[in-house]
Design a protein around this ligand. Sequence first.
Ligand SMILES: [Zn+2]
Length: 546
Amino acid sequence: MLNQKEQELIESIFYRLVAVRSDSNSFYEPIIEDIILNWFKQCDYFSKNLNYVGTHPLDEDRFQREVVWALVKGEGDETIVLINHHDAVDIEEYGKIKDLAFRPDELKEELKKKIKQKSILKDLNDDKWIFGRGTADMKAGVALQMGIMDKVSRMESFKGNLLFLSVPDEETISKGMLAAVTLMNDLKSKFGLNYILAVNSEPYFNHVKDKAIMYEGSVGKVMPIIYVKGVKSHIADPYGGVNPSLILARIQQKTEINPEMSDVYENDATPPPVWVNLKDRKKTYDASIPEAAVGYFNWLTFTKSPIEIIDKLKVLCSEAMDETLKHIESCYKVYCEMNHDEVEPFDYEPEILTFSHAYELACKKYGEEFINGYEEYLDETKDDYLDGKITLPEVAVRLIEYTGEQLRSGDPLIIIGISGPFYPHINNKLIEKGERYDLEKKVNEICSKYYNVKYQSNQYFMGLCDLSYCGFIGDLRDIETIKENSPGWDDVYKIPFDELDKLTMPVVNIGPWGKDLHEIAERVYKPDVFERVPTIIFDLIQEILS
Ligand SMILES: [Zn+2]
């Protein structure tokens, strides 16, 4: 159990980190990185062992962000990795009281005047809850892991090693953790480490007071992009064309919040897809049917592979295409009757392609000319992305669109692609000997010694987290499918699958109780942060390594 002094240390680190703004994907992140790094450097152990603390830069990063790492080197090679992220979502939600987002006490007083929901008000009047941006997600986790590092580094002898990794960009596309994968492999060979467990401390979600949740896995995410090319015509001749938006809307209708699309594993089901973007590709206003429409959505996974997802989408897209064309045709016939017009044949030959197929066809048709044009456009798009002018999915959208435009035909066309970020699902049950530590039992044994709290182990952390990159459950075909259908892959966005594969280790998330993350009422449960969670993790580490 942590003593008073150790708890106070975590408390002081926590408030210091909360006071520092660290919006994800911004120049604020390097500031907090410096603070964490310098904190380690002034610790007794690390000031004497400066080769055990350092930073690792992110690839081609316009904010020059870095992963901060520190290693307590004990006896032997067995190593537990503590993972956390130091970025937080922005503070727009706070509106006029933005300045208070980093000042928990003042914020609490202001929120008492502002908030009407009873459940939040109750916590506002409870000393045990700390409000503020990043409190739960996840400066609490960073602070308590730093406290554990300090405690372990002061021990006279320590069996095993403890590696601390604090990464940026988790709330954006996890560029930090992807860089950390390479770093972990570097440190592995440099110090002869053998990674046996990764511990993250993201907050858990719960409604019951004395029941806590730990997670032995993390949900995966694939982001399919659907590009639809229609047939252009003037709005006065609506049946002379096919509106791609209508087809896309039908695909959304079939997928959005459709529980049939949930991935089910044992007693859990993933939340069904939600489209995060959907629009036509018109650049100017005119009175014609748009030429193309594109949308992309989140598809969360427990076990489903990218191949299964693409196969399912091919079927859905084909159904949506047929249904839309039939709908247009039947409306057209009624309209012809109304106008006493002759019905002309309605004979489109629609196509449903994956991006890899579309790319292949374009190469076959136009050879070098297409390939060179595509490469040039890829460079241009990449520059726009690195300059922060466009988002990562927009890169893929543009390249799919470029390819689709080359495949000129008078028929409707759908191209199915994938955009990063891609989060592989991970779960101890799916890893070889992944359940060897019997974590739920161990955590409950530790917990029952000190607290009247029971831990429930859930299979998957549902909020997407960096544990996804502590290994890869999948095969070469999955990797190939992702790569060939994600334009810009390995160029604009990449996942070092080979290095991930080398890491694969059991994972667990044990963090504090948090509520309303990313919102104005974001808050964390104080007893968890300063006492309970660090005690449990510390004891767990000791037990596994001894
Ligand atoms: Zn988080």
